[in-house]
Design a protein around this ligand. Sequence first.
Ligand code: ASP
Length: 336
Amino acid sequence: MIRVICIGTLLALAACGRPQNAGSVEATTEVERPEWRLVIHGGAGVILRENLNAEQEAAYVEALETALDAGADILRNGGSAVDAVQAAVIPMENDPLFNAGVGAVYTAAYEHELDASIMDGRDRNAGSVAGVKRVKNPVLAARAVMDQSEHVMFAGQGADDFAQAAGLEMVDNSHFNTERRLRSLESVLERQKQRTSAEKAGTVGAIAIDVNGNVAATTTTGGMTAKAQGRIGDAPLIGAATYAQNGVCAVSATGHGEYFIRVGVAKTICARAELAGDAIGDAAQEALDQVAALGGDGGVIVMDGNGHYEYVFNSPGMYRGMIDPERRETAIFEAE
Ligand code: ASP
């Protein structure tokens, strides 16, 4: 289990972005709330230095930096956490490097079915879409569900129709195609759906705290390579991959969705923080231990009500980054 504990003061920041073994990094200063802060991930899995050349690594770092800048622009101008997390994941949905939007994995039927959710910690309002095929940016569809409907979750054709009626940009499903993901699908199908962990990575997510102390979270994904038609993962499920509650937590998860659903990872983390008084990282580790005990893997980005954040993952690598008014960081591998 990898944990990176970071808090809002300069003294503690030396350890940030540099994962070490569980329990080996201790917070060294009192928790203070940053003016604002954004934390992102681009998926967890078997991400090994030897499998990424310098050019690929640079491309991922640049994509993470772009996402951080997009969200930070909102936060430094006094915008809301929910607008910031949305802004941060849009460039990742549009970037073929990630398994969200363009670059999403294929279903076993050679299509893309996309899942996304967003939650506002102010009032725990939330929106999500599952199995959408035509909305260009699924996070915007989730946001529209939250803002423009009396519901929390739409699925399938109804979700795409809702997005279209909300005026969102619609595309043909082939818009999301990439050669790389097609090759992954074909090799997973050849191996009777035995997926390597690398073939599961790439979901994106963001959590943030804004200048008013409000938190928010979002998660958006293409799901898992060669998934059955109609399969819904954890990403659109409030309480599985995504949760945000002011004063308590913001969580976005990535990993083998079936296990994250069964554990109810995001809500478990927040409930442990709220009801048991666990530090947010301890709560995250406990939830991921439950995932691991059931046979699953993946990771989370978590933040408590004061913006104290951690990356916790039980896979060898997670695309990740953080920005606040004092500092920014990105990291990919297990130990950097
Ligand atoms: N959690 C996603 C899913 O199961 C996949 C991932 O995060 O890699 O759909």
